[in-house]
Write a protein that binds this ligand. Structure first.
Ligand SMILES: [Zn+2]
Ligand SMILES: [Zn+2]
Length: 505
């Protein structure tokens, strides 16, 4: 794995509000302050998660149009950060600026002069942050030898996920003719912000697969799916794009989803990825830390626990949901069906607090006992009910996608609505109560980043499934079928190119 080359910064809405209050002064002058941060190290991106504001003492900074500060202030804040294993960020304001800010000469000199000191005391790189008068953030990271690298984005995680993009590193995707109807729904500026979000869908079963395709069709450039599992016959009713051929070829759910994503994507330069990992594996988790929003489309307790944690510890909003179908006990008729959706983020209850996740089940899942027929028999557990009617499967998908749009676009200025539940028998949509829980373990991990309690480990089921798939793919029968499929696909592409020389979209 190559070292992370990309940088980003993130903060919960509460810290953004406090910093705005402090740095955007009524008298219109620039101001500065130091903030501690925790690193969150992904496979290719490191994010600085803002933790705690360290306000300057009166003698430590002076405001005179722009702002100056003393070395003592940096030493005091860095020492405080070092005690907690954190780094420091130097934040200042450009009250008359808007959007991603360029550095002035004095800005660069000030940050450069403290880069080495900050690193020496904390062991972490210095981050520079600028807050523009319109609330836009920009950021850069300074190495110990005082070289700066621009960040690609700054994320404020609130009911509305507000991201300031560095247009130089993450240019606005060019609108496409095929997106005219979508763009007319919210305008080019919103499309430009939305299309740059990096979104990971964990679980490429029917719901995850449908969500991924809708996002790629909406024009999102960076869409990825993660699933180690095989496509199976029981998936076919809810995945109209999957066929018996996919099963005969032993395609993974991820490979299948990736093929469909490539067909559905409307971005001019889509960057689509499929990972045959489990989020419970160390590599799976590190990959996830490269993303801005994650969809949770898995039903097992362990992966849900990992995602539940990342939403808080690494400030990556997780959109979770599911469907429960309740047949009558004699198997004759349906009593009810419900589907629900919610965004996990600081300020909203976690899956444990909303009873969507039982910590005791997580331990059993980690031990592999939920797969063990002997354990299931001895403990007199019910086999997990996995009813899902094809005609209804799209409803939880739609509910999760609507939560995503509320989070990322905030129609009417309102962000995500909190947990929702739809009751099919009466056709009622209910907002579920969200009592704050000060005791919540996961809320208390907010912004811990790499200091999180690691829930990842070797995932034996994932390793077994991948190994069995590789063995099956080497058999003569599958190899012949695969060669036939490649010929057929290439003939289809040639036919499409001959009959419609312009791009089909
Ligand atoms: Zn400045
Ligand atoms: Zn909780």
């Amino acid at each position: 794995m190559t070292q992370p080359q990309r940088f980003s910064a993130a903060m919960p809405g509460t810290i953004d509000t406090a910093l705005r209050h402090r740095l955007l002064r009524d008298d219109g002058q620039e101001d500065i302050c130091l903030v501690t941060y925790a690193p969150s190290t992904g496979a290719t991106r490191t994010s600085a998660l803002m933790r705690e504001i360290v306000p300057p003492k009166p003698a430590e900074r002076a405001v005179h149009g722009n702002a100056s500060f003393t070395g003592d202030y940096v030493v005091r804040a860095a020492s405080l950060a070092a005690e907690q294993g954190l780094g420091i960020a130097l934040a200042h304001s450009h009250p008359h600026g808007a959007g991603w800010q360029q550095m002035s000469g004095p800005d660069e000199d000030a940050e450069r002069s403290f880069a080495h000191l900050a690193h020496a005391i904390t062991g972490h790189d210095l981050f520079g942050m600028t807050l523009a008068g319109n609330g836009a953030w920009s950021a850069r990271r300074w190495s110990a030898d005082a070289h700066s690298t621009e960040a690609e984005s700054v994320r404020v995680v609130d009911s509305h996920l507000r991201v300031t993009w560095n247009d130089a590193l993450r240019p606005v995707p060019t609108p496409q003719d095929s997106q005219i109807r979508t763009i007319s729904g919210w305008g080019e500026q919103t499309q430009g912000a939305l299309a740059r979000l990096r979104v990971l869908i964990v679980g490429a079963g029917s719901i995850g697969h449908d969500i991924a395709i809708r996002l790629a069709a909406t024009g999102l450039v960076h869409v990825a799916v993660m699933d180690f599992d095989d496509l199976e016959r029981v998936n076919l009713d809810r995945m109209p794009t999957a066929t018996q051929i996919d099963i005969a070829l032993r395609r993974s759910k991820t490979k299948h989803a990736l093929r469909q994503l490539r067909l559905a994507a409307t971005a001019s330069n889509p960057d689509l990825h499929g990972f045959e990992n489990s989020i419970c594996e160390d590599l799976g988790q590190r990959i996830a830390l490269d993303y801005d929003v994650i969809f949770s489309c898995v039903d097992r307790p362990w992966p849900r626990a990992v995602l539940n944690q990342l939403a808080y510890s690494d400030l990556i909003p997780v959109i979770d949901g599911g469907i429960a179908i309740d047949p009558f006990a004699d198997g004759n008729g349906m009593r009810n069906a419900t589907w629900r959706s919610h965004v996990l983020r600081p300020g909203r209850p976690c899956m444990v607090c909303t009873r969507q996740l039982d910590p005791a089940e997580v331990t059993l899942d980690q031990q592999g006992l939920l797969e063990d027929p002997e354990y299931i028999r001895q403990s007199e557990r019910q086999e997990p009910a996995r009813q899902n009617v094809a005609a209804l499967a799209i409803s939880p998908t739609a509910s999760q996608l609507a939560q995503f749009i509320s989070l990322a676009v905030a129609p009417g200025g309102l962000g995500e609505p909190g947990p929702l539940q739809y009751v099919l028998s009466t056709h009622h949509l209910m907002a579920l109560p969200t009592p704050p829980n000060a005791e919540c373990f996961f809320e208390q991990t907010t912004g811990l980043g790499d200091a999180r309690v690691e829930l990842t480990n070797t995932h034996e089921a994932a390793e077994r499934t991948r190994a069995a798939r590789r063995r099956a793919q080497r058999t003569t029968r599958v190899r012949i079928a695969r060669a036939g499929d490649i010929l057929l696909t290439s003939a289809q592409q040639k036919w499409a190119a001959m009959t419609c020389p312009a791009p089909p979209r």
